[in-house]
Design a binder for this molecule. Structure first.
Ligand SMILES: [Zn+2]
Length: 391
């Protein structure tokens, strides 16, 4: 069954999170991560056929599941004794042959023709529902209110859409849970799940189109390779034309982790011979000159040439407002975001081992000036595990 997840309160500058909330080691007693719930396979030929598939989706599915399992077992790579780290984990599963979904050779990313991406983006931004009916869209965001902030009004115009939330919206830190009036993390996550469900009813999204990967809020970075493989799995099963996700902008570590996972998932698919979707971005927030900027993209010359600003109709504004009102626990966060417009742009190619911009990142404003450096170390490690190039 599909299941929804809860969201995270976006960190605003007046509510600094405790340092321990981000990028801490996962406690030993954590339950093992759950594999993605299998979803019905949708037969949908991509409109992009620049490479012929070299394996069947079923074969890719099998090797990826093995890779996820192996990744989970080897997540503690850095703490393993030297003799263990010198051994290839794949050999224990596949003999001398590493699973081609992960190993074989390093690969770069995808790149779709610009004209094709522009045409898709025009259709994506259209308010003519007939123009949308042939597009399948996968919205992959970090926290349950992120899809509403970035595309709450767009959702009702998308003919065939899925929303995937990476985290359940509840951090491991008790003080945050208590601050919202809940005793346990699970109770807070459940509240966020209900809020998202209510919001998506207003957005017109069927319940079975909501998927939560149930990562702990603030910890997506700790499991980047696993997250990437899960997103790969979802893209390969649903075969969307468009994936909409966060920009890499240093706003929140989970946002950057989600962007990383989507971009690298497309690279994995490309390496396997499958046609990747077009990747578009929605707006969230980031820091500029030490100040938080919301609802705008971090400037990027190439990507901004394709940026679209969709002015919301009166009706769409009303619906987006009602969606926002569903997120009662996030009221102080959402009131910083307006309902006049939504912006989208084609995702540029990122080098995730470099900072998204000069100066202090948004998530470095809250007590840990090295948080960006730590994030990039996790990205570097995940790239090694995935055998993907840096850019
Ligand atoms: Zn978020």
């Amino acid at each position: 069954m599909f299941h929804t997840g809860g969201g995270r309160p976006e960190r605003m500058s007046d509510t600094p999170p405790p340092r321990s909330e981000f990028l801490t080691e996962i406690p030993q007693q954590s339950p093992p991560p759950q594999l993605v719930t299998p979803i019905p396979r949708i037969v949908r030929a991509s409109t992009v056929t620049d490479e012929l598939p070299i394996v069947s989706p079923t074969e890719r599915h099998v090797v990826r599941l093995a890779a996820i399992e192996s990744q989970i077992r080897w997540m503690g790579e850095a703490t393993l004794p030297r003799s263990a780290t010198g051994m290839s984990p794949w050999r224990t599963v596949f003999g001398e042959q590493g699973p081609f979904a992960i190993i074989k050779r390093k690969a770069g990313r995808f790149r779709l023709p610009r004209a094709f991406k522009n045409e898709l983006l025009d259709r994506f931004c259209s308010t003519d529902n007939a123009g949308q009916s042939t597009l399948t869209t996968l919205i992959v965001v970090a926290h349950p209110d992120d899809e509403s902030i970035g595309a709450g009004a767009r959702l009702r115009h998308l003919g065939d859409a899925y929303v995937i939330d990476v985290t359940d919206g509840a951090p491991r830190d008790d003080s945050c849970v208590l601050r919202h009036g809940y005793q346990k993390r699970e109770e807070y996550a459940e509240a966020r799940r209900r809020e998202l469900h209510d919001a998506m009813v207003i957005a017109g999204l069927p319940e079975d189109r909501l998927i939560s990967l149930d990562f702990v809020d603030g910890e997506a970075t700790l499991r980047l390779a696993e997250l990437c493989l899960k997103v790969t799995e979802l893209i390969d099963s649903i075969r969307p034309d468009v994936v909409l996700t966060h920009p890499y902008e240093g706003g929140h570590t989970d946002h950057d982790a989600t962007a990383f996972a989507v971009h690298l998932a497309c690279g994995v698919l490309r390496r396997e011979g499958a046609s990747p979707p077009a990747v578009f971005e929605l707006t969230s927030y980031h820091a500029r000159d030490g100040q938080k900027v919301v609802q705008e993209f971090l400037p990027h010359a190439r990507a901004d040439r394709g940026q679209r600003k969709v002015t919301l109709s009166e009706e769409d504004r009303g619906i987006k407002q009602r969606i926002f009102e569903c997120f009662g626990t996030q009221r102080t966060v959402l009131e910083k975001f307006g309902t006049e417009f939504e912006k989208f742009r084609p995702a540029p190619r990122y080098v995730f081992t470099q900072p998204p911009h000069a100066g202090t990142l948004n998530y470095e404003l809250y007590g840990d000036p090295d948080r960006g450096k730590t994030w990039r170390e996790y990205a570097e490690r995940a790239l090694r595990i995935l055998r993907m190039r840096r850019g």
